[in-house]
Design a protein around this ligand. Structure first.
Ligand SMILES: *Cc1c(COP(=O)(O)O)cnc(C)c1O
Length: 394
C-alpha cells in the first residue's frame, strides 16, 4: 500500500505524482519534449513492443502529464486517469473508447451545450443514439433505458438551476441494467464530490474550470478503472491524439495544489451571496444547494462536502430587469465561463441556453429573469455591492 492511500485529499493534491529527478527539484518540472531517447536498439524494440514500460512519444506519455494524471486519480479515488486537451476531448475519448455503433446513451437534459451537440450531431452519425431525461427524475432514467443502452451520463449540480442528480441511486440503476455511469464532475471537483466512491464508473473533467481555477489553460481528464480508462480510453488518446500539453499539465498540477482551499472559499462566498440575495426584495428566487429552500438540500449535504461556487437567481421584471442588473456591474465579468477566481455573471436564457426554443426553456425552468453567477474569490462585500447597484434600482 502506498503512503498516499492514507492521505487526505488535500495532501494528495500536493504530494502525489512527482518523482524527483536527479536534479532534486522541489517543484514539478515541465518536460517540454515531444519524444524520448532509448539506451540501445534493443531497448527501443522492447519499449515499442510493450515489453518494457516507459516513455516513447509525448502523444502517448509525458512525465509532467503523468504527474497530473496520477495526482487527479488519487484525488478522485480512481485506478487510472487520462489527461486530454480539453473537457470536450475527455467526453469524446470516453464515448469513443467505451461505446460502439448501435449503442444507446441516456443523458441528463441539463448538460453542457457542446456535450449535447457532440451526442446529437456527431455520435449519432456513428450509430450511437441519445435519449434525454430530467436529471432529478429517477423513474424517467429507468424508463429511458433500452436493451442496447450502455451508458448513463450526467452533471451534478447542473447548470444553471443547480439541480442535483443522486449519484448513488443512478449508479445502482445503471449497474442493474449493465450500463456505465459517467459523471461530469466539473462543478464540484474531487475537493467537494467524489462520484467513484458513490458508485459511478467514470468521472470526466473540464480542467479548464476549477482545476486551473484562474482561467489560463484548456484541458480535461477521464478517471476510472485500469481497464476502461487505463486501456480503452487511453487507447483512443494515444491513437487519435487529443493529448494534454505538458505546459498545461503543469498549470493544472499547480491548480490541484490549492483546489480544496479554493473550493471551500468559493462555497463560502457563494453561500453568503445566496443568503443575501434571498433576502433582497427585487429577487424572486435563489437556486443554491446550500440553501434550505433548495428542493434537494438534503441530497447536497449527503453527496457533496460543500455546496459549490455556482448559484442562480430570478429577478422580478424578466429580461429587461436581468440585463439591467448585469449591465450595472463593474466588477463581475460578463461571460458564460466559470471556475475562476474572478466572479462571472451571465444571462442563461440569451446565452448558454439561447439555442433552446421558448417552450424547451420554459420546461427547463430557465426564465428570462434568471441570472447565473459563478462566485469568485473576491471579497464578498465587493461582490454584493456590485450586484446591489443594479438590484436596488429595480
Ligand atoms: C466547460 C465544460 C465542459 C467542456 O470543457 P472544455 O474544457 O471547455 O472543453 C464540459 N462540461 C462542463 C460541465 C463544462 O462546464
Amino acid at each position: 500500500m502506498a503512503d498516499s492511500d492514507d492521505w487526505d485529499i488535500a495532501t494528495r493534491a500536493i504530494r502525489v505524482g512527482h518523482r524527483r529527478t536527479p536534479e532534486n527539484e522541489h517543484c514539478e518540472p515541465i518536460f517540454a519534449t515531444s519524444s524520448f531517447v532509448f539506451g540501445s536498439a534493443a531497448e527501443a524494440a522492447a519499449r515499442f513492443s510493450g515489453e518494457q514500460p516507459g516513455n516513447i512519444y509525448a502523444r502517448f506519455t509525458n512525465p509532467t502529464v503523468r504527474a497530473f494524471e496520477e495526482r487527479l486519480a488519487a484525488m478522485e479515488g480512481g485506478e487510472a486517469c487520462v489527461a486530454t486537451a480539453s473537457g470536450m476531448a475527455a467526453i469524446l475519448a470516453t464515448c469513443m473508447g467505451l461505446l460502439q455503433q448501435g449503442d444507446h446513451l441516456v443523458s441528463s437534459r441539463s448538460i453542457f451545450g457542446s456535450t449535447v451537440v457532440l451526442f446529437d450531431k456527431y455520435l449519432s452519425r456513428f450509430g450511437i443514439q441519445t435519449s434525454y431525461v430530467d436529471l432529478a427524475d429517477l423513474a424517467a432514467w429507468e424508463a429511458a433505458i433500452r436493451p442496447e443502452t450502455r451508458m448513463l451520463f450526467l452533471e451534478t449540480p447542473a447548470n444553471p438551476l443547480t439541480t442535483l442528480g443522486d449519484i448513488r441511486a443512478l449508479a445502482e440503476l445503471a449497474h442493474a441494467h449493465d450500463c456505465l455511469l459517467v459523471v461530469d464532475n466539473c462543478f464540484c471537483t474531487p475537493a467537494l464530490q467524489r462520484p467513484l466512491a458513490l458508485g459511478a464508473d467514470i468521472v470526466v473533467h473540464s480542467a479548464t474550470k476549477y482545476i486551473d481555477g484562474q482561467g489560463r489553460a484548456l484541458g480535461g481528464a477521464v478517471v476510472g478503472d485500469a481497464k476502461r480508462v487505463g486501456e480503452e480510453v487511453y487507447g483512443v488518446l494515444r491513437t487519435a491524439g487529443p493529448s494534454m500539453s505538458p505546459f498545461n499539465a503543469w498549470i493544472f498540477l499547480k491548480g490541484l495544489e490549492t483546489l480544496a482551499l479554493r473550493m471551500r472559499e468559493h462555497s463560502r462566498n457563494a453561500g453568503q451571496l445566496a443568503e443575501w440575495l434571498a433576502a433582497h426584495p427585487a429577487v424572486e428566487r435563489v437556486h443554491y444547494p446550500g440553501l434550505e429552500s433548495h428542493p434537494q438540500h438534503a441530497l447536497a449535504q449527503r453527496q457533496q462536502e460543500a455546496p459549490g461556487g455556482i448559484l442562480s437567481f430570478e429577478v422580478k421584471g424578466g429580461r429587461k430587469a436581468a440585463w439591467s442588473v448585469i449591465d450595472a456591474t463593474h466588477l463581475c465579468s460578463i461571460t458564460a465561463n466559470l471556475g475562476d477566481t474572478k466572479t462571472t455573471i451571465t444571462h442563461p436564457a440569451t446565452t448558454t441556453h439561447g439555442r433552446l426554443s421558448d417552450e424547451q426553456r420554459e420546461q427547463a425552468g430557465i426564465t428570462q429573469g434568471l441570472i447565473r453567477i459563478a462566485v469568485g474569490l473576491e471579497a464578498i462585500e465587493d461582490i454584493r455591492n456590485d450586484l446591489a447597484r443594479g438590484l436596488d434600482r429595480l
